[in-house]
Design a protein around this ligand. Structure first.
Ligand code: UGA
Length: 454
């Protein structure tokens, strides 16, 4: 099928490259010429494992352009995957979505095109985009005859750092539209994934337990709400583990054991119960805020979602309190942070816990040393005021340090020869911000091991 993807961020790029890999003819549009040039040269503008390999394997079906007029005409499906940043009041800023919809309408010329909201957009955006498309289309002087289009929602569930596997081997595909023909087109587009009939990429074999992928084919509003409901649930699952973790610390229980014991109940499930400094990234914070904002438009309170957010920000503060408990005085102390990205395998720093923790320590008079195996390039650009605190080497982070905090559980840190560094520290306090290190082993090595919950 002929596919156009507007926006080459995490969602757009992964969608475009994956669909091209499956054999569809894909054109990706981005207004940023530099990004398009990079992608044409086979280089990926974001850090995402495997993306450059998939770009190479899909190259024959993939075109990049800055022009809607080159990409939209003739497309069976147009995915809109532009950014929807948070506005001041927590509601998503839909400027880019509006502009994309207006531009798509200028180039529609096919007998039937499905325009798909792929970004996480507020509930009701399907109707809103449909209205913009129709208004812009009827105003066109060169309006062709026999052109039909409809809007669908196809929310994305990929995780950064795992984007390709989540796209090719998903838990489910959700499509929503009030137009049956759109559902049929999208069903056809995704058939190789739904039936798992494609030959896997050379670097990413099909997991042994991959089965046919369930398809949830529903109305527009339900598809839109599924996305928010799923992200908010994952966010509150983590916050729940963290809230129980605080009680565990008080009563002398081990939260890791508690989470394991809970998660083995199949009704609960063990994933997203990992305690620590909490969630960050561009999605959970923004989506929970947006869900609360949408509900308030209907005079509805969302106490559970609000609590998940409060618990999450409290975890960052608790990390600093733990350091204060150990060191008593933070002023003048040297504290190293291992991991800046909001989670491993990405260089994304949006709403990263490390930023809050570093700023809070600096505000309390501590001196920080910051390290990340991948995100420092982006950090220098996005956080120029903190860039002076970056350490090039792990030795430098530990040298003369009063405490080190593991903030992001990069594999590189888990595999460190921890015995090498304890002797470099002034006081060997190690705060495990993710509950991933072996406490007994760390204590044997001479560290004063503490965790966020206990
Ligand atoms: C999240 C969802 O998992 C995806 O399904 C969704 O598509 C995406 O948002 C989105 O809406 O675009 P992502 O933000 O990439 O994906 O990252 P996650 O792997 O979900 O992690 C989010 C945060 O939660 C990270 O900071 C991670 O460290 C933290 N986390 C995760 C925990 O603190 N504990 C856990 O048990 C799991």
């Amino acid at each position: 099928m002929k596919v156009c993807v507007i926006g080459t961020g995490y969602v757009g790029l992964t969608t475009g490259v994956s669909l091209a890999f499956l054999g569809h003819e894909v054109t990706c549009v981005d207004l940023d010429q530099a990004k398009v040039d990079m992608l044409r040269g086979g280089k990926c503008p974001i850090y995402e494992p495997g993306m450059e390999d998939l770009l190479a394997e899909a190259a024959q079906n993939l075109t990049f352009t800055t022009s809607y007029a080159e990409a939209v005409p003739g497309a069976d499906v147009v995915f809109v995957a532009v950014q929807t940043p948070s506005a001041e009041d927590g509601s998503p800023d839909l400027r880019y979505l509006r502009r994309a919809a207006e531009s798509v309408a200028q180039s529609l010329n096919h007998d039937f095109t499905v325009v798909v909201n792929k970004s996480t957009v507020p509930i009701g955006s399907g109707n809103w985009v449909d209205a913009i498309l129709r208004d812009s289309f009827v105003q066109r002087e060169d309006r062709p005859e026999g052109v039909e289009f409809a809007v669908a929602s196809n929310p994305e569930f990929l995780r950064e750092g795992n984007a390709i596997a989540d796209t090719l081997y998903p838990d489910r595909i959700v499509i929503g539209s009030d137009n049956p023909r759109s559902l049929e087109v999208l069903n056809r587009l995704y058939r190789p994934i739904i039936n798992q009939t494609f030959t896997p990429p050379s670097f990413l074999p099909r997991p042994e337990d991959a089965n046919a992928v369930p398809l949830v084919s529903t109305d527009l509003a339900s598809a839109e709400l599924i996305k928010y409901a799923a992200n908010a649930f994952l966010a509150l699952k983590i916050s729940y583990a963290n809230e129980i973790g605080q009680l565990a610390a008080k009563v002398g229980a081990d939260i890791t054991e508690v989470a394991r014991g809970m998660g083995l109940d199949q009704r609960i499930g063990s994933r997203f119960l990992q305690p620590g400094v909490g969630w960050g990234g561009s999605c959970f914070g923004k989506d929970t805020k947006a869900l609360i904002a949408t509900a308030s438009e209907y005079n509805l309170d969302m106490p559970i979602v609000k609590a998940a957010r409060e618990v999450n920000s409290r975890q960052r503060a608790i990390a600093v309190e733990r350091l204060q408990d150990e060191l008593r005085i933070l002023k003048g102390r040297k504290i190293g942070l291992l991991g800046l990205a909001f989670k491993p395998n990405t260089d994304d720093l949006r709403d990263a816990p490390a930023l809050d923790i570093a700023n809070s320590l600096i505000a309390r008079g501590a001196r920080v040393k910051l390290h990340d195996p991948v995100a420092t390039g982006r950090f220098r650009i996005e956080q120029p005021e903190l860039a002076a605190y970056l350490s090039e080497t792990i030795d430098d982070v530990f040298a003369d340090c009063d405490a080190v905090v593991l903030v992001t559980e990069w594999a590189q840190y888990l595999e460190l020869d921890w015995s090498k560094f304890v002797g470099l520290m002034r006081t060997p306090i190690l705060l495990d911000g993710r509950h991933v290190l072996d406490a007994d082993r760390m204590r044997r090595l001479g560290y004063r091991y503490v965790a966020v919950s206990g």
